[in-house]
Each structure stands twice: as C-alpha cells, then as structure tokens.
Design a protein around this ligand. Structure first.
Ligand SMILES: C[S@@+](CC[C@H](N)C(=O)[O-])C[C@H]1O[C@@H](n2cnc3c(N)ncnc32)[C@H](O)[C@@H]1O
Length: 313
C-alpha cells in the first residue's frame, strides 16, 4: 500500500490506450470530454496525438483531479477542468464543439492502493468514497445500515448468492464493536473463491459496497441519458467497463440508440419510417485488452470497451 503521490510517477496505467487513441483518431478538431480523467493518462495521450483538439476533464475525486491538473498543465488553455460527478457534467458545459466522449469507469489504481482511501481488502481504513465530500462511506454502511439494506447491496451489486448470510455475519460481528478497516471486513467475509469464478467473496463484497457508496450505476445511467439528450453531432463515445452490471447498461443504451424502427413489438408492419437511429454501434462485441497489455497490467483483465458514433445533425 502506498500513500504519497509523485507527479513524475503516475499511479495508474491507462487501460486500452491504443484502442482509445484509434477510436478518436478520425477527429480533426473540436472538444473531447474525458468524463473520468483520473490521473490524466488517456487525456495526455489524446492531447499529444492531435494538437487541434481541446479537452474537458472531469473527475469527482479531488486528489486525482489535482494530479491531472499538474500533469496536463503543459497543454495550457487546451484543457478545462471540472470537479463534479459525470452525471451532471453535460448540464454545466457548452456541448456544441464536443466530438468525443471517453468514460473509463470504476476506480483508479491509486484509489485501490492508497491505504487512506479504504477501498481495498488490505486497507486499515474503510471508506471507498471517490468524492471525499459525499455523505456516506463504506464505514457507515457496514456499521449502521440495516441488515436488509446490506443484503440488498450484496445481492444487487455483488451478485452474491450468499448475500443473506454475509449480511447477517456482518451485523452479528458489528454488535461486538465497529468494523474499522478493509482488513477487518475481509477477514469476516473470507477469501474463499466462488465456485466456477476466479474472484473471492471478499472481492465481490468490496465491489458491491463501492458501487453502493458511489451510486455508480445511477451515475452511469444519468450520464448515458444526458449524452443521448444532448444530440451531439458526429460525436464518438467510448466507454470502458469493468463489471457486467455497468457493461449491461452501456450495451442496452447503445442498442436502443441504434434502433431505426421504434414501432411497437406487436406491429404487423413498420409505420414509423424506420429512420429513428441516433447513430451506430462501432463495436458489435466489446473490445478486450490485448495479450501484451494483460501481461503488463493485470488490472486490465476485466475491461470491455464499447464504441458508438452519433449521426451528424
Ligand atoms: C479508471 S479511473 C480513470 C483513469 C484515467 N483514465 C487515467 O488514465 O488516469 C476512473 C476515474 O473515474 C472517476 N469516476 C468514477 N465515477 C465517476 C463519476 N460518477 N463522476 C466523476 N468521476 C468519476 C474516479 O474517481 C476515477 O478517478
């Protein structure tokens, strides 16, 4: 675990960087929104690759955003920074020039590795807030949420069959005193691997709590809706997901947007003029990290990249 940031050593390796660069290669000019700038790895490479583009960088994590500010300072007024949740980002900016949007979802390596952020099964704290100013931390949920709420979180966001038992176990343990750290919580849950899966119960419990603490699925759904409503002419959208719950939201949104016919399912023939698609899906199946990337960065292993291009209007 580390706890000090060094501007010369970014603590996060950008995932599927080559694939992201080629997704935006066709852009001649305009603005790219990096909705999850993190430590600025993707943003820096995109700004280096095309000196005509500008970039809007957003993150809800102030620690990451201030690192990205320093890293990207050399690009001067080509970059604008926003500290906010991406669910609200499009409300606050001029979207007329936006030709690309990148969302590299989930957590950064720094958030996972930094002891004080309390995201990890090895940490001596229990926090998991991406935005340190938001109200509810993992500590609050684990120690004070009703058992039924915990069970729902573990079932819905961890897809854990044992959600009921695990919620019971947590609630029994906390009767004897607060659960203070990631380490404590992990030892209550245990590290046994789930049958037929490579992850342990503890990892899924932590994933579930993190999704709940940061309201990740609602934020992603709001981002998708705001992008759809913004009608961004000719804009390329690239989204990297790390678990099936978020990937499902993205896949379904892209499918819906690409639909030409909006007649009811039971209609005998099409009467809607069959011209309602907002654009096209560029990746029939999600792109996955290359073998070479997997060797250098095992954290890329669950990444799935989906691309969509909106029609010119
Ligand atoms: C995987 S990291 C991005 C890493 C970045 N692409 C890089 O190259 O350094 C994901 C980032 O998204 C941010 N994030 C996640 N959900 C967010 C949301 N709803 N609004 C704003 N930022 C969010 C996290 O704080 C984190 O810094």
């Amino acid at each position: 675990m580390q706890d000090k940031l060094n501007i010369n050593k970014p603590p996060h390796i950008p995932i599927m960087l080559n694939e992201i660069l080629s997704a935006f290669k066709g852009l001649k000019e305009g603005v790219i929104i990096d909705a999850t700038v993190g430590f600025g790895g993707h943003s820096e490479a995109l700004l280096n690759a095309n000196e005509k583009i500008k970039l809007i960088a957003c993150d809800q994590d102030l620690e990451a955003l201030s690192f990205a500010r320093q890293r990207l300072a050399k690009f001067k007024d080509r970059v604008q920074f926003h500290h906010c949740n991406f669910s609200r980002l499009l409300q606050g900016i001029d979207t007329r020039e936006v030709k690309g949007i990148l969302a590299d979802l989930g957590v950064s390596s720094w958030q996972l590795d930094s002891d004080k952020r309390g995201f990890s099964v090895n940490s001596s704290t229990l926090d998991m807030r991406m935005n340190a100013k938001s109200e509810t931390s993992a500590f609050e949920l684990v120690n004070y949420a009703p058992q039924s709420e915990l069970e729902g979180i573990l079932k819905d966001f961890g897809e854990l069959k044992e959600a009921k038992n695990l919620a019971f176990k947590i609630c029994q343990t906390r009767k004897g005193g607060q659960i203070q750290s990631g380490k404590d919580l992990a030892s209550i849950i245990g590290f046994d691997k789930l049958s037929g899966r490579s992850v342990s119960k503890a990892v899924l419990v932590f994933q579930a709590l993190r999704i709940a603490v940061n309201d990740e699925l609602n934020a992603l759904q709001s981002l998708l809706t705001s992008i759809k409503n913004a009608r961004l002419s000719g804009c390329v959208l690239a989204i990297i997901c790390f678990h099936s719950l978020e990937d499902r939201l993205v896949k379904n949104a892209f499918k819906e947007w690409a639909k030409s016919c909006i007649c009811p399912k039971f209609a005998l023939r099409c009467t809607c003029q069959n011209n309602h698609n907002l654009g096209k899906i560029l990746t029939k199946k999600p792109l996955r990290p290359s073998e070479a990337e997997l060797i250098i960065n095992s954290r890329s292993s669950s990444a799935k990249l989906r691309l969509f291009c909106f029609n010119e209007v």
